[in-house]
Design a protein around this ligand. Structure first.
Ligand SMILES: [Zn+2]
Length: 83
């Protein structure tokens, strides 16, 4: 179960650019990485983002368009149902 201190998938996706830019405050970064340790969906998402950055050199608004994020979050939900 999520408690107040635990990051949700939605929150993680919203913070992913800050994470890659290194602008995430240490406390947030800790929560971010704690979530990654327990969520294969977000780990996967992060790997995809990393590959995108390697290809494009940086994150753009296009790579994390709201529609894309919604699709990803939907995928996460389905994984959780399956698990
Ligand atoms: Zn997650």
């Amino acid at each position: 179960m999520l408690n107040n201190n635990e990051m949700s998938c939605k929150e993680l996706v919203e913070l992913v650019t800050d994470y890659f830019e290194g602008t995430l405050p240490p406390a947030e970064r800790e929560r971010f990485e704690a979530h990654l340790g327990t969520c294969s969906g977000c780990t996967n998402y992060l790997q995809q983002m990393r590959q995108t950055i390697q290809v494009l050199g940086k994150l753009t608004e296009e790579t994390i368009a709201p529609q894309t994020r919604d699709e990803l979050l939907q995928v996460f939900k389905n994984w959780k149902k399956a698990g």
